[in-house]
Structures are given as C-alpha cells and as structure tokens.
Design a protein around this ligand. Structure first.
Ligand SMILES: C[S@@+](CC[C@H](N)C(=O)[O-])C[C@H]1O[C@@H](n2cnc3c(N)ncnc32)[C@H](O)[C@@H]1O
Length: 167
C-alpha cells in the first residue's frame, strides 16, 4: 500500500542542485514543490518551477511566488543570490547582505513554523545585523563555511533553523 507523504514546499532563489535532490523515482519518497528565481535566463527544469529573468526583490515577483505556493508556507527558503561583483569589498558585502535581508523578510511571512533559511553572503561588518535579525526569528543561527568554499574567500552562508513565526 502506498505510503502517504506530505509534500514539502521549497522556495529556492535560483537553485538547480536542490531541485534535483527531490527527483525521486521511489513513489514512497516525498515529493516537493521547488520554485527557483533568477534575474538571468534559466533553462526550464522538470522538477522545478523557474521564474527566469525575475528580480526577487520586486513585489510583483514575490506575488507570483505566493501564487505558486498556493496558500502553503515554504519549508525552506534558500538564497545564493549575488549581485555582479563591483570589486569594492565593502560595497559587494553591503549589496549581498541587502539580498539576504530581502530573502529573510520574505521568510518572516512565508516560512513554515520550524522551517529553514539559508543565504549566501560575503563576510563583513553587516553580518552582525543579519545575525541579530535572524536570532529574532530562528531558534538556531549559525555562520556556515562549507568545505567547497575557498578558505581565502569571504563567502559564507547564514543558516537559520527552527523558525518561530512572529516571535
Ligand atoms: C552565485 S550566482 C548563483 C548561481 C546559481 N546558483 C547556479 O548554480 O547557477 C548568483 C545569482 O544571483 C542572481 N541574482 C542576483 N540578484 C538577484 C535578484 N535580485 N533576484 C534574483 N536573482 C538574483 C544572479 O542573476 C546570479 O545568477
């Protein structure tokens, strides 16, 4: 007898890798909804709904995402959005942190209780503000530096786990 599984909703800002993670052939495994967004042209993927050439920070894009979520909350909001590098370290840091805040603000309203948030950023002075905002929303907040990320790169990921709505 087939096992009933709940379909999680995953909201990903331009994420190809994670969508394929949910291409299960075994029908007993959970299947999910993956929504990807990117400013650039992204080829369609069988396992995800892609909002190609969409600016995540625009209200009209977020309205489209809400429409696709169809009243559900997301299990995961994941952003590896990054603006084109200017080469000015402090400016690149500021611009990417702004994108993290945009994703965090969206999560505040659209993430499921106990959900997960992950965003890529470049380390710098404004991390402490992002961390502080995340601590008001998540029971666990960590800076993550994956092995795949070069040690001499400022790149890091802010991970929030166990979302507490309207804390
Ligand atoms: C580091 S790349 C991510 C690449 C992607 N993960 C991949 O594997 O191809 C950063 C991406 O963020 C996108 N981006 C930057 N600002 C954005 C925004 N406001 N809305 C949506 N995507 C944005 C860029 O277009 C770029 O493709």
């Amino acid at each position: 007898m087939p096992t009933e599984v709940q379909a999680p909703s995953h909201l990903l800002m331009h994420l190809k890798m994670l969508s394929s993670k949910y291409q299960f052939s075994d029908k007993k495994q959970p299947t999910g909804t993956v929504i990807g967004i990117d400013l650039q042209l992204v080829n369609p993927l069988d396992s995800a709904t892609i909002l190609s050439e969409h600016d995540f920070t625009k209200p009209e894009t977020q309205e489209k995402i809400l429409h696709l979520l169809n009243g559900k909350k997301a299990d995961v909001v994941l952003s590896d959005m990054a603006p084109n590098a200017t080469g000015v370290k402090s400016l690149d840091h500021e611009l990417i942190i702004n994108l993290c805040f945009a994703a965090l603000k969206f999560s505040r309203d659209n993430l499921k209780e106990d959900g997960t948030f992950l965003c890529k950023f470049l380390q710098g002075g404004r991390w402490k503000y992002l961390e502080s905002a995340m601590k008001q929303m998540f029971r666990e907040v960590r800076l993550v530096k994956p092995l795949a990320s070069r040690t001499d790169s400022a790149e890091a990921f802010a991970l929030g786990r166990h979302f507490v709505p309207h804390r």
